[in-house]
Ligand binder design. Sequence first.
Ligand SMILES: *Cc1c(COP(=O)(O)O)cnc(C)c1O
Length: 364
Amino acid sequence: MKVPFLDIAAAHVELRGVLDAAWHRVVDSAYFITGPEVTAFEAAFAQYCGTKHCIGVGNGLDALSIQLRAAGIGEGDEVIVPSHTFIATWYAVSHTGATPVPVEIDPATYNLDPARIERAITSRTKAIMPVHLYGQLAQMDAIMDIARNHGLRVFEDAAQAVGARLNGTIAGQFGDGAGYSFYPGKNLGALGDGGAIVTNDDELAERARVIRNYGSRQKYHHELIGYNTRLDELQAALLHAKLPVIDAWNARRQQVAATYLDRLSDLDIVLPTVPAGHAPVWHLFVIRHPRRDWLREQLLAEGVETIIHYPIAPLQQPAYADMVAHSAPVAEQVAGEVLSLPIGPHMSDAQVDHVVASLRKILS
Ligand SMILES: *Cc1c(COP(=O)(O)O)cnc(C)c1O
């Protein structure tokens, strides 16, 4: 049996009718940039996130960096980021001219360790950008307390966490704003690139709208040096067609994760930890093993496809070779041991059983 890491085509078979309708509507409208489809999706996604505003942009990276720029963060400022994340979190800060300052993660949850944040705060620190990695929210209660005590702003990287909750509260409602990605492999994926900022801050929302669209409120009037990074009509229409099923899809991911957690608990691997109050959406199901590359090959021989998120810590990347003053041993160790098992809304019970049986066979 073959178990692909994620079956995106199956999602489109399920939704063929609504996706085709969305596609035809946009083709026939001949309206492709910042039109009614984007406005409608922005309203629907803001409602889903429980926020006042949603601003559709071209991708998740731009969502993250534009919310920082909209808050006036730039040259000379520092933003605290986790030591273990997808590189986009760090780039979002670097693109504004500010400096990303790494704080180690808690290796149990893979998210920012709140106990280590205060040591990293300097007179230049302007914001914290926690990441809800693998689909589980960071310890937002503790992070918001620290931010309030030090007068810092908080911008969430919610790219992997559409619909995830902590004590019933969804990403985007904790901090000043949150950035989402609709990259095709994300829980809510476009059929191309896409992203969004959600926020309850009227001024931030207004500035983000101007920045994403050539620094312009009124055509050919440019008040600042902006970007061209807009969610397009076609992606907005396709995302809007998918939004109604996202909770059901996340629920199926939760079922698969529950089976893994139950049936792999006696094996000699590190399973994900879900602290009290957290309802993750399992963008990824990540295990740890000291002989990770060996385990990956053994699984592949059983037909089970896995991926590593992420094999190199941001601080080890050539792009950040100049950050010699920092070290992140926890992130480095985690990068050497993590392995993501197949998970997705269209995984069959037989496929889940096969992943479990393969791991049991290899590790028993
Ligand atoms: C995917 C992702 C991003 C960036 O999103 P893109 O749409 O690919 O630009 C940012 N942060 C995290 C944690 C991600 O997983």
